[in-house]
Design a protein around this ligand. Structure first.
Ligand SMILES: C[S@@+](CC[C@H](N)C(=O)[O-])C[C@H]1O[C@@H](n2cnc3c(N)ncnc32)[C@H](O)[C@@H]1O
Length: 307
């Protein structure tokens, strides 16, 4: 694709000076139960009230050296990453309601730490693996093309809305009942579809890229579709969703679009402002790419969607 074509199709969200001035006053700097706090979660965490969170989404720096606009997380030994993650969970534990759910994101290496640490504090219920599609080829190793999200709960009492996260797939073998009607699928003008139970392998996710209207410059932004699955499955409208490593604001934006309250903490002001701009945009447009008519769509079934 030519660079001109890329320029015209680039829908990434960027901040103007006007955005910065307008949105800066929205950012909080002290502990609160809703909104975006610009600050260090290690400092703010202990100041938060107790037992107000229904769903905690943790997308922390992975055990890699990465610069988040001036703040660099340095790769460390597995034992030392375990200690770091353990301290994060201990800090956040008092904020969780007894029936809260917790999701923790990581790559293959961080994933081992997550299980070790999370199982000390929570009931670990599953590990979701999602296909990133994009990934850098390696000369002497297998390319990393997927990541994990660990699903945990504080107790046996927890929310799981399975009907809200079904995946609509095209039917390959359209079995019919004796009377000729579709067995467990639906015949539509656009084709035949079945809504299937969500599994712990997600191959329908795309990481945000420049032609998607949710894309920002954040280096590790999660897609709205991915976060929407977590929020719909593990919370109800009106619940509070907390993300103490908010980044570009995906969790806050999706929570808002799905009528949940949100609290986010992020150390970098530009990322906080991007989150605030995305929330402003969400007030005009509640759509989530890949989630239409109340169902998630498998990749490449676009022609069957109503929008
Ligand atoms: C993996 S990214 C999260 C990306 C996010 N899920 C999104 O969709 O944009 C982790 C974020 O945590 C932030 N961060 C790291 N340490 C932090 C701390 N101690 N307090 C607050 N934010 C922190 C980084 O600046 C980075 O934006």
């Amino acid at each position: 694709m030519s660079s001109d074509a890329r320029k015209t199709q680039n829908r990434s969200i960027v901040l103007t000076d006007n955005d910065r001035q307008r949105l800066q006053p929205i950012l909080l700097t002290q502990a609160a139960t809703t909104g975006i706090i610009q600050g260090d979660m290690q400092t703010i965490g202990p100041q938060l009230p107790t037992e107000f969170v229904d769903l905690l989404i943790l997308d922390p720096p992975y055990n890699l050296t990465k610069n988040f606009k001036g703040y660099t997380f340095n790769q460390r030994s597995v034992a030392s990453y375990n200690d770091w993650l353990d301290a994060v969970i201990r800090l956040l534990m008092p904020t969780l309601k007894p029936d809260a759910s917790i999701y923790i994101c990581g790559d293959w290496l961080t994933s081992a730490s997550i299980f070790t640490v999370a199982s000390q504090h929570f009931t670990v219920r599953n590990r979701i693996t999602w296909e990133r599609e994009k990934g850098r080829g390696a000369k002497r190793n297998w390319k990393n093309s997927n990541e994990d999200i660990w699903f945990c709960t504080r107790s046996a009492d927890y929310t799981f809305n399975v009907e809200a996260v079904k995946l609509r797939r095209r039917v390959l073998a359209p079995y019919r009942k004796n009377d000729g009607s579709p067995k467990d699928w639906e015949e539509t003008d656009q084709g035949s579809f079945r809504d299937t139970h969500p599994s712990n392998f997600w191959s329908d996710i795309t990481i945000p890229f420049w032609s998607m209207p949710e894309n920002t410059e954040h280096p590790t932004q999660k897609s709205e579709k991915l976060i929407a699955k977590l929020i719909l499955a593990s919370s109800n409208p009106g619940d509070t969703v907390f993300d103490p490593f908010l980044g570009s604001g995906t969790t806050a934006v999706v929570a808002n679009k799905l009528d949940r309250a949100y609290l986010g903490i992020e150390q970098n002001q530009e990322y906080c402002l991007l989150a605030a701009k995305r929330l402003e945009m969400a007030a005009q447009d509640h759509t989530i790419q890949g989630f239409n008519d109340g169902v998630f769509w498998e990749r490449n079934t676009k022609s069957g969607r109503s929008k």
